[in-house]
Ligand binder design. Sequence first.
Ligand code: FNR
Length: 199
Amino acid sequence: MASIIEHTPPYYVGYFVGSLSKNSVNRALALALIRLAPSELEFTEIVIKELPLYNRDLDGHFPQEAIEFKASIARQDALLFVTPEYNRSIPGALKNAIDWASRPYGENVIARKATAVIGASPGAIGTAVAQQGLRSILSFLNAPQMNSPEAYISARPGLITPEGEVTNAGTEDFLRAYMVAFYEYIERVLTVVPSPARG
Ligand code: FNR
């Protein structure tokens, strides 16, 4: 039985950046979200770029990178996915990382984590199609998801600096409110679903 004390902040949030690009607008967005988030949230990047391609033949004897990757997820209370859209889907690197996290069968470390998805693209739809696909994956993996607010960021050049400064006040307010909503969502999820990270 979980006690109330286990649900007090800080809440540990692992964040995924779906892009491997050095100049990623989604990495800049992730930095902006961290800057604007309530101080009760502590962030750690869940690094996806070192992972080999998932192969089920390795189930039961995962390479060290995959073992450490899964452990880094298991320590979190919540997961934030900040991703581009590639060909109306999530990038292969992110899907590969999620596949590692979900296996071997029965050892899915994404299950029961409070999750949120957000993304930026230069186009008008702001990663909406990729986010819908990601939501479907997270549903299958039994992760509670923040349904609202949704956030489809159409990122014109200069909207967010590489250091995560948001240059438009309306966008900054929106992103701050998004992170307040995620904080409140994490708190609600931890109230009814004790975090696997807290035993
Ligand atoms: C894209 N881009 C893109 N944009 C979009 O809105 N919908 C899409 O389906 C795609 N498809 C796509 C495929 C591939 C292979 C690439 C490389 C790019 C454009 C994409 O949104 C843009 O490059 C973003 O800047 C990528 O995000 P990061 O890497 O800057 O975070």
